[in-house]
Write a protein that binds this ligand. Structure first.
Ligand SMILES: [Zn+2]
Ligand SMILES: [Zn+2]
Length: 301
C-alpha cells in the first residue's frame, strides 16, 4: 500500500474538508457544530476498498467528486465504480488462516506490529462485556469513536479503532521477528508489545519508537515518537482490551481490512460529542449502503 495514502487511511475516506468555524479554546468542551464540509474525495484508490467514500457520494444537494489520486490531476471515478470497490477488493483473496498475522505499521516504520488473527473462544469471551465480542470469532470488532478526546488526539472527526486482546499484538521490530508476515513467524519467536503502565518502564518494547501520553489519569494513548502516528488507546477500566488504530493496518484488501475486522455498520461511540454532523451522520446511516456494497448481483456476499 502506498505510504502516501496513510494520512487518508487514518480517516478511511480520502475526504477533504473545508475549514469553517474552529474551536477557539480546545479546553472548552462545547464548541460550534459543523466545522467542516466535505467537498471532494481524493486519493480514493489509495484506500483500495473505497474506505468511507461510498457513504459520502451525495450529501444534501451536493454530488461529491471522487478523484483517484490528487484532485484535478487524476481521473474522477464514477460513483458506480466507487460502490463496487468494497466487494472487488475481496475478490481474489482468501480469508486469513488461523495463527496468521496482519502487519500494522506507522508511516516511518518505527512502530511495526503484527496483529494475530482473532480466534475468540468461549473461555476468552466469558469475561468480556457483550459489546466487545464479534459475531465472527475470526475477526476483531471495529468501530468509530466521535468523542472529543479522540478527535483532539487524532485530529479527525471520527476515529476508527479495532478492539484487540493485547496478547495478540506482537513487536515486529524485535530481533527474532521475521520480516515476512506471511510466513516465518509464530508466537514462539515473537514478543508481545507492552501497553499500559508497564510500557513506560526501561527496556519495554525493544526496537519500537512508541511514546505514551496519559490523556486522563487512567488512560494512556500511545503514538510513534518519530512520525507521530497514533497507535493505541488503553485504559485501566478494561486492561485486557486494547484499541488499536485502524489507520496503521496494512491489509491487502484495503483500508477497512474486511478480512480481519468485523465492522458494526452505523454504530459509533459518543455521537453526542461529534461536532461534524455530516460526517458522523454518514457513518450512522451506513448500514444499508455498506451491506449493499458487499453483495454481488447474484446476492452472494
Ligand atoms: Zn473516543
Ligand atoms: Zn513512525
Amino acid at each position: 500500500m502506498a505510504s502516501t495514502s496513510l494520512a487518508h487511511l487514518a480517516c478511511l475516506c480520502g475526504t477533504i474538508i473545508t475549514p469553517g468555524t474552529l474551536l477557539k479554546d480546545p479546553e472548552v468542551p462545547v464548541g460550534p457544530q459543523d466545522t467542516v464540509k466535505v467537498n471532494l474525495h481524493k486519493y480514493v484508490l489509495d484506500t483500495i476498498d473505497g474506505g468511507l467514500t461510498p457513504l459520502m457520494l451525495n450529501l444534501d444537494d451536493r454530488q461529491i467528486p471522487t478523484w483517484s489520486a490528487a484532485s484535478q490531476q487524476s481521473s474522477n471515478i464514477p460513483h458506480d465504480t466507487i460502490l463496487s470497490l468494497p466487494r472487488d477488493s475481496l475478490k481474489t483473496l482468501s480469508p486469513p488462516k488461523e495463527d496468521s498475522y496482519l502487519q500494522a505499521k506507522c508511516h516511518c516504520g518505527g512502530v511495526s506490529l503484527l496483529v494475530k488473527r482473532s480466534n475468540y473462544t468461549s473461555n476468552i469471551t466469558a469475561d468480556l462485556p457483550a459489546r466487545y465480542i464479534p459475531s465472527d470469532p475470526a475477526k476483531w470488532l471495529s468501530y468509530f469513536c466521535a468523542c472529543r478526546s479522540c478527535r483532539l488526539s487524532f485530529g479527525v472527526s471520527l476515529t476508527p479503532w479495532l478492539l484487540v486482546l493485547p496478547d495478540h499484538v506482537f513487536n515486529a521490530n524485535f530481533p527474532t521477528a521475521s520480516d515476512n508476515t506471511s510466513s516465518g513467524n509464530s508466537d514462539a519467536n515473537l514478543t508481545t508489545v507492552t501497553f499500559g503502565r508497564l510500557a513506560t518502564e526501561p527496556g519495554a518494547n525493544t526496537g519500537l519508537t512508541l511514546k505514551h501520553r496519559w490523556s486522563s489519569p487512567d488512560t494512556v494513548r500511545s503514538f510513534c515518537g518519530k512520525c507521530g502516528a497514533t497507535i493505541s488507546y488503553w485504559c485501566e477500566k478494561r486492561p485486557d482490551e486494547l484499541d488499536l488504530a485502524v489507520g496503521i493496518l496494512r491489509a491487502e484488501e484495503g483500508s477497512m481490512a474486511r478480512r480481519w475486522l468485523e465492522w458494526k455498520w452505523g454504530q459509533c461511540s459518543s455521537t453526542e460529542e461529534s461536532i461534524d454532523r455530516e460526517i458522523c451522520d454518514s457513518w450512522v446511516g451506513s448500514t444499508e449502503v455498506m451491506e449493499t456494497t458487499e453483495v454481488d448481483r447474484s446476492g452472494n456476499r
